[in-house]
Design a protein around this ligand. Structure first.
Ligand code: SAM
Ligand code: SF4
Length: 447
């Protein structure tokens, strides 16, 4: 079936690349207008103690003395959105590793709550930060979901991922995870399948461990590697064979269902309610922090990827937004089609409210193709994914995030000198002298 997947993925890649093309435009720096209802807030903390070779997120090595300025800017940017009328119901803090500085993180969460009716807060962390006393401080600050990056319990794979020394062995992680159980309403474990060197037997051992741990929720991501990132990753982690992906995903579904329900195509949950970073449950979301994306009123926004430029903009009273891209009607429909079905169902009344009868007409090729392929089931109230459909959506979402990662890669290329100043101790001392200039709507750093 791999031969069938390849043209499908190539098609998607083109489509998503077009949807993610941020144009330089005169309104790029204008903050979006506040929607009537509370929306979702994504807060990006780009600091990590070590940088994993498979990761394409916007992140830099954590330098303790330089981080407080960034957190202060985050709070100020959230304040700008509050002042503009935005209210946030659900907050997701991702990274990077948001828990590198517990005091700053808690101050930021408290700040959001001063201006918004916050219902849920989800934060990401790594296994070396699972100290129960600190976790209880997060719970007292309103955190309802803790998401821990495990990736695998196999020590050989952890070593390939360069996570063994910093984040501990599989056995050490299990001990820490057991101590963290019961503190938050939801403890989620992030896992990756189809890693270089991973066999079906290794995956099965991970699945057995998940059963032993009885995690509330498991997010099992396929390894995502955009063509641009793949070579770099393979140099450090070994050859990657995407042909194993389908068999591995089938095994994951067999093992986790029905003890867990599929809360999305790659998130399996025992607990009601879901907060998955990748699910856009509400129509609009706002991303704050360097390199964060927002989607408000059919327009995508991106903040500057330069941390220096970001802090300067916020300190000058501007938002972090430097680019935007208004989606066409068809792109908006396809975006909703992707995101809603990823979450399991595309409700007919939602579509009617948003697009009237135009949706069925303009999306007819996609709706028909997915139905004929056996990927969707068309019920009276909603269109839903079949087990095969869930695998198709895993592929589609992975391609979507590859397109996002390509955008990140391009943006980060423009600020290479600045990023090196974070990642290289010797350059860090020159950080104060990095000069940021906007060239052609993009941020560039010049040493
Ligand atoms: C971006 S990290 C942030 C949280 C934390 N730093 C960590 O490592 O878990 C969140 C999760 O994204 C997933 N992830 C990162 N890069 C990925 C990739 N290339 N393919 C699939 N999943 C990836 C990992 O499972 C990771 O735990
Ligand atoms: S996977 Fe997590 S810890 Fe590793 S570089 Fe990415 S954000 Fe940082």
């Amino acid at each position: 079936m791999w031969w069938l997947e390849r043209p499908f993925l190539a098609l998607l890649r083109r489509e998503y690349a077009a949807a993610m093309r941020f144009a330089e435009d005169d309104h790029a720096e204008v903050m979006p207008s506040a929607p009537a209802a509370p929306c979702q807030l994504y807060v990006h903390v780009p600091f990590c103690e070590v940088l994993c070779p498979f990761c394409s997120f916007h992140r830099v090595r954590w330098r303790a003395p330089r981080a407080p300025r960034y957190f202060a800017a985050l709070r100020r940017e959230i304040g700008l959105y509050h002042a503009a009328g935005f209210r946030f119901g659900d907050v997701y803090v991702g990274g990077g590793t948001p828990t590198v500085d517990a005091d700053e993180l808690i101050a930021t969460l408290n700040f959001v709550r001063t201006g918004s009716p916050v219902r849920t807060i989800s934060i990401e962390t790594n296994p070396n930060h699972l100290e129960p006393a600190v976790l209880r401080r997060y719970r007292d600050a309103g955190v309802t979901r803790l998401s821990v990056g495990v990736q695998s319990f196999d020590d050989g794979l952890l070593a390939r991922m360069e996570r063994l020394a910093k984040y501990g062995s599989g056995a050490q992680m299990c001990e820490r995870l057991a101590a963290a159980r019961g503190i938050f309403p939801t403890l989620n474990l992030d896992m990756i399948f189809n890693l270089p060197g991973q066999t079906l037997a290794m995956l099965e051992a991970d699945l057995a461990m998940l059963h032993t741990l009885q995690a509330d929720q498991v997010s099992f991501y396929p390894l995502m590697a955009a063509p641009s990132a793949r070579r770099k990753m393979e140099r450090r982690m070994g050859r990657w064979d995407p042909r194993l992906r389908r068999a591995m995903y089938r095994r994951i579904q067999q093992e986790l269902l029905p003890a867990y329900r599929a809360a999305s195509a790659w998130c399996f949950s025992r607990v009601p309610g879901l907060f998955d970073e990748y699910i856009i449950d509400q129509d609009d979301y706002v991303g704050v922090g360097s390199g964060a994306f927002s989607y408000v009123g059919g327009v995508m926004y991106s903040t500057t990827f330069s941390l220096e430029h970001y802090c300067r903009r916020i300190e000058g009273g501007q938002s972090g937004i430097t680019q935007r891209h208004a989606l066409t009607l068809r792109q908006r429909m396809r975006y909703d089609f992707l995101m809603r079905l990823f979450g399991g169902a595309l409700k007919r009344d939602y579509v009617r409210r948003r697009y009237g009868s135009a949706f069925a007409l303009r999306m007819a090729p996609e709706l028909l193709a997915m139905r004929l392929a056996g990927a969707t089931r068309h019920d009276a109230d909603a269109i839903r994914l079949t087990p095969l459909g869930r695998y198709c959506w895993v592929l589609m979402m992975a391609e979507f995030f590859n397109a996002v990662n390509d955008v990140r890669e391009q943006m980060r290329e423009h600020i290479r000198v600045e990023l090196e100043s974070w990642n290289d101790e010797a350059l860090a001392e020159h950080a104060g002298r990095i000069d940021i200039s906007e060239i052609g709507g993009r941020t560039r750093s010049v040493s």
